[in-house]
Design a protein. Sequence first.
Length: 251
Amino acid sequence: MKSAARFFFEDVKMDLRGFNKFSLVDYPGRIGCIVFTGGCNLRCPFCHNPCLVFDPSSQPRVTDKEFFNFLRQRKGLIEGVVISGGEPMLQPDICDFVKRIREAGYLAKIDSNGTFPDRIRKLLDTAGADSMGIDYKAPRAKYAALTGVNDPEIGDKVAESIRMVLEAGIELDVRTTVHRALLSEEDLKSMHGELCDLGVSHWMLQQFNPVEVIDDDLPAMETYTDRELVAIAKRLGPDVQVRGLHGRVIV
C-alpha cells in the first residue's frame, strides 16, 4: 500500500493549466474545485478557453504536487474535483490522476467532449468516476462541421461515449452550448430526438457566453435571449432545462 506521502507527491505528468479552488456550479449539487487540462482535439467556434486549445503553455502550470497538497488541506471543506479543459481525455495519465483523487476521498467529475470512447471505457474500467459531463454539440449530421474536424464519425463517437456512461450507471450531465448562428430550433429538436434514443433523461441547454472565443465574430452576432431559450426548452419537453451565464438553471 502506498504511503500518504507517496500518494500526494508522486508525479503523474498531467498538463494542468488552470485551477479554480472553489466552485458551487461546476459540480452540480456539490462543493467543489475545478482543474483545467491543456490541449483539445476540437475547434468549436463558441469555446471560451481558446488559450487552452491553441497555446496551453501560455497559462501557468499547476504541478501535481501543488494540486494534491491543496486537496490534503481542504479535506472536509470540499466534496469533489471537476477535471475540465481543454479535453482531459487527451492526458495519458488521466486514469491514474482520477484514481488518486478518488482514493483521497474526493468525488471525481470529468468534463469531456466525448470523442474518445475507448479512453472513457478504460477510465470507467480502471479508475472509475463519480460523474461525467459530456458536451453534445450538434445534430449528428452536422457534428464534424460545427466542431471543425475532418471526421465524419465524430458524432457517433460522442453518442457511444454517452451510451457507455449511461450503462455504467454514473451521474451524467449532458449539455449543449447554444448560439442562434450555429444551432436553430430545428437542430435542437433533432438533437433532442437523438439523445432520447440514447436513453438520456435530462438535457441542459447552456447560454452562449460572449467572452473571448475561437470565432471572434460570434459574440457580435445575435443569439437567443434567456426567454427565447427557455421557451424552446419548454417546447422540447420537461427533460430539457436552460443554464444561464452564471451556471444556474433559468426557469
